[in-house]
Every structure is written in structure tokens, then in C-alpha cells.
Design a protein around this ligand. Structure first.
Ligand code: COA
Ligand code: ZN
Length: 298
């Protein structure tokens, strides 16, 4: 097992996207900066999606521009279709997170088209983007779908195989969008995926059923070294009914530090940033270690 992992901070994207009251752009930018100062050098800062679908992220271009100016920050923006990729490239994105779902039910709900239509569009875009930007290909609902239930492991692996065939070494984000995955399922899917395709995977988990950290540990044990998490445990897909926040970055950071695995995160600074995020009007915070006084005293 690895002695270091990369944490992608997703509070500015997954965390903010379901929040009702518009979060001022300056607050979003201050959040990105505070998290970068806490050692979160990789952040998903926003999405190039329809502002009708996700009004909260309508200021994506401004947030990306500010994020690009933060020293040593690797900023990613998401895109679900050609228009999103064109807008991202025009805004100077260095890294694009494509996304679609493994299941028809969630793909239609989220991006209004079939799995095959999304895959055809996104696979053409992988080739067209070429070396103009780094790519991660995210697969939502790889373990459970709010409309179809638990996803058979063979179905998730078949979709992973299709994506892996697009380009050698393409990074694939495997997402538990609803937080319903179980650790044994997470372990088996990543063990099989890594056996077939090598070390190209990231795990994106939610904490709806309290298994967020257990699932991160299961993915880590299977060989995953890249994890998404949101400070303050905020987040959720507005098109996945029943899903709640991402696994909290501070919980993941604490677990790895307790295991002796390097994340580069300054926990006291992260806790201070997470407190400010949790206090933003309209957010629903989660996670556990923010409530532990001993971690504050350190
Ligand atoms: N960014 C900004 N605007 C976009 C866009 C993008 N990536 N893709 C499409 N649009 C605009 C179109 O220009 C069009 O605008 P108009 O009404 O002013 O002419 C409008 O959105 C509808 O375009 P269409 O291609 O018909 O899309 P749609 O209505 O079928 O919606 C998506 C498809 C993908 C654009 C929309 O469902 C979406 O943005 N989903 C994002 C979901 C998400 O982010 N979920 C959370 C992450 S898991
Ligand atoms: Zn998510």
C-alpha cells in the first residue's frame, strides 16, 4: 500500500452545487484560497454546466480565473458535454473532469441523455482535447443509483473498461454519488479494475449512510491513491434524490494521518476552513472530526 495519497478537494464544486442561496463569488474564491493554504493543492473548483441546471455554479469562469492565480493549485473544472468542454478550454482550463453516469436513470436525470449518447460525445471529446488539458473521466453512480438501486459490479466494470480503452492511462473517477456503496463492494470493484487497467483510478465518495470513510479505506486497501472529499462534509448531486454530502476532507485527512499515510494537509488549518464553509448560509455540513476538541488543541 502507498505511503502517500492525493486528496482532491471538491467542496467548491460538489459541495456548493446543491446550495440554494447564491454564494457570493468572492466567498467561493476565498474558500478555494483557504483550502489551498491548508494544503489542498488539488481542487475541483466549479463546473461548466447549464446555469439552468445548476444556478449556483454560474460564476464558474470567474472562480476558475481566480483559482488559476493561486500559487501551486491544480484546479479542475467539470464538463458534461461539448459545450462545457468548449467553455472550459476558452476559459483556459488546464484540467477538465468529464462526467456521465453508469446507469441510464441517473444519466437522464443528471444530463438529459442516454449512457451511450454521453459516452459517444465524451469519447470524441477525449480525443479532441488531446494534450490541451489534462482529463479525468468521472463515472457517477458506479455503485448505486437512486433510480435503479445497487449497480451490479460487472456493469460498473464494463463501463470502466469502455473508458479505459479510450486512451492509455486515462484517469478514471469512480463515484459513489449516493453514498450507498458498501466497503466490500468498493474493495472488489477497485481490485478488479486495477487488476485490469492498473493504477489509474480515483474514488469519489459520499457519506449518506455513514460509510464514507470506510469506503475510502476500502478503496485505499484495493490500491487507490486518489480521493475526492469535501471540507465540512457538504455537497451532493441535486439530480440524485436522497444523496447527502461528500465524505468530509477533514475525516479523510484524519484517518490517513492516523494510518501514517501522507496527504500534505495541515489539519488545524483545514478545520478552520471547514468551519467557515459549514457556516455559509444554505449549506448542510457533515463529517465527524470537526466536533473533536482534541484536534483543535493540537
Ligand atoms: N454549460 C453551459 N450551458 C450549457 C451547457 C454547458 N455545458 N450545455 C448546454 N448548455 C445550455 C445550452 O446552450 C442551452 O441554452 P439555451 O436554453 O439558452 O439555448 C441550454 O443549456 C440547453 O441545452 P441542451 O443541450 O438542450 O441541454 P439540456 O437541456 O438537455 O441539458 C445539460 C443538458 C447537460 C446541459 C444539463 O442537464 C446540465 O448542465 N446538467 C448538469 C448536471 C450537473 O452538473 N450535475 C451535478 C454533477 S453530478
Ligand atoms: Zn459527488
Amino acid at each position: 500500500m502507498s505511503d502517500s495519497v492525493t486528496i482532491w478537494e471538491v467542496a467548491p464544486r460538489d459541495g456548493f452545487q446543491p446550495v440554494g442561496p447564491f454564494i457570493p463569488t468572492e466567498t467561493k474564491i476565498a474558500t478555494v484560497r483557504a483550502l489551498a493554504e491548508a494544503g489542498l493543492t488539488h481542487q475541483e473548483v466549479s463546473s461548466f454546466v447549464s446555469p439552468k441546471a445548476i444556478p449556483q455554479l454560474a460564476d464558474v469562469a470567474q472562480v476558475l480565473a481566480a483559482a488559476k492565480a493561486v500559487p501551486s493549485l491544480v484546479a479542475c473544472t467539470l464538463a458534461p458535454n461539448r459545450k462545457g468542454v468548449e467553455l472550459a478550454l476558452a476559459a483556459g482550463a488546464h484540467r477538465i473532469g468529464l462526467f456521465m453516469s453508469v446507469t441510464e436513470g441517473h444519466n437522464f436525470s443528471n444530463v438529459n441523455r442516454s449512457v451511450d449518447a454521453s459516452f459517444a460525445d465524451l469519447s470524441a471529446l477525449v480525443h479532441e482535447i488531446g494534450d490541451r488539458a489534462d482529463i479525468r473521466f468521472n463515472l457517477s453512480c458506479s455503485f448505486h443509483c437512486p433510480f435503479e438501486g445497487v449497480v451490479p459490479e460487472a456493469k460498473a466494470l464494463a463501463m470502466i473498461d469502455r473508458v479505459a480503452a479510450l486512451r492509455p492511462g486515462i484517469e478514471i473517477g469512480v463515484a459513489d454519488t449516493t453514498g450507498n456503496a458498501a466497503p466490500d463492494q468498493v474493495f472488489r470493484v477497485f481490485q478488479a479494475a486495477i487488476a485490469r487497467h492498473g493504477d489509474i483510478f480515483a474514488f469519489h465518495g459520499h457519506d449518506t449512510y455513514g460509510l464514507g470513510v470506510a469506503n475510502v479505506e476500502a478503496a485505499f486497501r484495493a490500491g487507490v491513491k486518489v480521493f475526492d472529499a469535501a471540507a465540512g462534509g457538504i455537497g451532493g448531486c441535486p439530480f440524485a434524490p436522497g444523496a447527502t454530502g461528500n465524505v468530509a476532507t477533514e475525516d479523510v485527512a484524519w484517518m490517513f494521518s492516523r494510518m501514517g499515510v501522507e496527504t500534505g494537509i495541515d489539519l488545524p488549518k483545514l478545520l478552520a476552513a471547514a468551519d467557515r464553509i459549514a457556516a455559509i448560509p444554505g449549506v448542510t455540513p457533515g463529517g465527524r472530526v470537526r466536533a473533536v476538541p482534541a484536534l483543535r488543541a493540537a
